[in-house]
Ligand binder design. Structure first.
Ligand SMILES: NC(=O)C1=CN([C@@H]2O[C@H](COP(=O)(O)OP(=O)(O)OC[C@H]3O[C@@H](n4cnc5c(N)ncnc54)[C@H](O)[C@@H]3O)[C@@H](O)[C@H]2O)C=CC1
Ligand SMILES: CC(=O)C(=O)O
Ligand SMILES: [Mg+2]
Length: 600
């Protein structure tokens, strides 16, 4: 059903977009100011009439080049860069690709987002993980033009006025980081700004958020590692830290009360603390805790289907999670809630702890001296239901050998921790089709490579990684499919749905609706082939449209929706499921050159 619907939707969208003439846009600028503004710049594509209207005549070579021609030229230069750098070190190639895309981003956003949307499978690894990690590590040297806003500990007391320095009248989506846990790369301080930029690029590409209404934000509260663009001071802690985040949140919502704020890549203690502090007050969510959890849950349910089992067999799956941080604990808590919901409908199954959690000190048990309260619900005990011989701090290999899990899921940030022995032990899994999810980013931090997973754990596994790997060829004409288990499948739809419903807050029900929608998206045929998260041009927008609609409907059902633009809460409530999908699709921005009109 979904397969055909997707094709039909893509065709409809293609027709809709090819005939779109949006705008006109009113601009307060003329002449070179327009050419230097990436929101409005069309380079050589300004029609002659517009050149006259905007004082551009003579500032550009006389021939007008079409959007399509500009697009082809960019793609030609991108492809020649690929050819010319074939023998270079992969990092050099990745950064060269990022630079060429970034230059376009800085110059002409319409063209940039069109090439990004049409080539999302090729370009997501450049503007998002893994290359964005390398970009953040080298941000000092790569910095050319500022993007987004920086609020530092030195701005205390000024933020409510500073927020007006942002040139856009309306902001819909803010992605905020303090740079304290950038992917699996640790504290990168102010250099972590690349992450909100990359996430918001995905918002534009996948959710059709207007790029004039996005705002990447860095809260610079110091860093444990010195870098020259940020504050050279130790990180603020305790109330001093929270007062900075409080002030930013109040400033942002006082100027844009209907904005949605996504917290990204905060170290665990602040990820949890800020989520509890703000989630009932502001329309916000934490992507690493909540977005990741929904994607992982969809993957875990996909793994059940891949075994040819009914969904409620999830209750019998043994799941080992490696990494007890914001992401790992978020996944476990969401999976546990899903179990409790299923148990309500399966009266003959009794609850038992089907999860094993490991951190840097090994298996987490109730015997741990300094047991983290957030990890405590998943700590193993002793007695009935426990696997004999597994005690506090047991190694990953011991746990996998003794538990024989259906799923091994890594969110540890430790590259290669699923080594040959661990992967070989997964061959003894109790599942006919074990699942291995190496979700840590970027690529060098993945718990294992795709090639090693299929080689050592077997060709029948379902494999997913946080950063992309190529599919693995087995040499017999068969391939092992590599899925990308990344929160990019959910955060754009969560943010979009929250925005278009005008939700006061983002509730658990809205997040569950998002995860449920993603889980049911995959067809049986795809599951059979080991595909649990599809990624091809067009598909991520299609997924996001449906996830966004599911979030809108959940917000309406919980009476959290206050309406958006001309759409009142009452009108939202009257929409059918199909009409909600249509409403979401119609509100997605798509890059086309709009006529520009100058107004003083
Ligand atoms: N694929 C995706 O969508 C997402 C992936 N991630 C990735 O997950 C990783 C972790 O993120 P957070 O949970 O926020 O980090 P975190 O720093 O809060 O947690 C890391 C956890 O890993 C544990 N750990 C460290 N060394 C270990 C070892 N040798 N064995 C077992 N556990 C070990 C730590 O004790 C800690 O519990 C990062 O690499 C991040 O990029 C995070 C969010 C989404
Ligand atoms: C994907 C993501 O959000 C992370 O690795 O932190
Ligand atoms: Mg993240």
């Amino acid at each position: 059903m979904w397969g055909l619907a997707r094709v039909a939707w893509n065709l409809r969208q293609a027709r809709r977009f090819s005939s779109v003439i949006s705008g006109p846009y009113i601009v307060q600028k003329r002449g070179t100011d327009i050419l230097h503004d990436p929101w409005f710049n069309k380079d050589t594509a300004f029609p002659l009439t517009e050149r006259d209207r905007l004082g551009l005549r003579g500032l550009l070579p006389p021939r007008v080049i079409s959007f399509e021609r500009q697009y082809d030229r960019f793609m030609d230069s991108y492809r020649s860069l690929e050819n010319n750098t074939r023998n270079e070190h992969p990092n050099v190639v990745s950064l060269a690709k990022w630079r060429i895309l970034n230059r376009l981003h800085d110059r002409n956003e319409t063209l940039y987002y069109r090439v990004l949307i049409d080539n999302i499978k090729d370009f997501a690894p450049v503007i998002y993980t893994p290359t964005v990690g390398l970009v953040c590590q080298n941000y000092g040297g790569l910095f050319r033009r500022p993007r987004g806003m920086y609020f530092s500990a030195k701005d205390k007391g000024e933020m409510k006025s500073m927020i007006y320095n942002w040139p856009s009248k309306q902001v819909d989506l803010i992605v905020l980081t303090d740079g304290s846990r950038i992917l699996g790369l640790g504290d990168l301080g102010v250099q972590g700004i690349g992450i909100p930029i990359g996430k918001l690029d995905m918002y534009v590409a996948a959710a059709g958020i207007n790029p004039q209404r996005i705002l990447p934000v860095m809260l610079d509260v110091g860093t444990t590692t010195q870098n020259y663009l940020g504050l050279r001071q130790p990180r603020l802690e305790g109330d001093e830290y929270l007062s900075i985040v409080d002030e930013f949140m109040e400033a942002a919502f006082s100027r844009w009360p209907k904005a949605v704020v996504q917290f990204e890549d905060f170290q665990m203690k602040w990820a949890f603390e800020t989520l509890q502090r703000y989630r009932k007050r502001f329309c916000m969510f934490n992507d690493d805790v909540q977005g990741t959890a929904g994607v992982a849950l969809a993957g875990l349910l996909g793994a059940v289907r891949a075994q040819g089992r009914p969904l409620d067999d999830f209750l019998h799956q043994k799941i080992v999670v490696v990494g007890a941080g914001s992401a790992g604990l978020g996944v476990l808590s969401t999976a546990k809630h899903a179990v409790l919901r299923m148990l309500r409908n399966c009266k003959n199954v009794t609850a038992h702890n089907q999860f094993w959690l490991l951190d840097k000190n090994g298996l987490v048990t109730k015997d741990r001296a300094d047991l983290d309260p957030a990890a405590a619900p998943f700590a193993r005990g002793s007695g009935p239901g426990e696997v004999e011989g597994l005690s506090e701090g047991a190694s990953l290999l011991e746990v996998v050998k003794k538990v024989k899990p259906h799923v091994l899921l890594g969110l540890s940030g430790v590259g290669g921790i699923f080594d040959e022995q661990v992967l070989k032990a997964m061959r003894e899994s109790d599942s006919p089709r074990p699942a291995i999810f190496a979700m840590s980013n970027p690529t060098m931090n993945a718990e294992c490579t795709a090639a090693d997973a299929f080689k050592y754990a077997g060709e029948n596994i379902v494999f997913a990684s946080g950063s992309p790997f190529d599919d693995v060829e087995f040499g017999n004409g068969q391939v092992g499919h590599v899925n990308q288990a990344n929160n990019m499948y959910l955060f754009p739809g969560i943010g979009l749905g929250a925005l278009l419903s005008g939700a006061r807050i983002i509730s658990d029900g809205m997040l569950q609706a998002a995860a449920g929608c993603l889980a049911s998206y995959i067809t049986d045929d795809e599951i059979e082939r080991g595909i649990i998260f599809p990624l091809s041009p067009g598909v991520i927008r299609h997924i996001t449209t449906h996830v966004g609609a599911a979030v809108v409907q959940a917000a309406v059902a919980e009476e959290l929706a206050e309406g958006h633009g001309d759409m009142s809460s009452k009108e939202l409530a009257d929409l059918s499921k199909e009409e909600t999908v249509d409403y979401v699709a119609k509100n997605m921005w798509y890059p086309v050159y709009s006529p520009l009109v100058h107004e003083k």
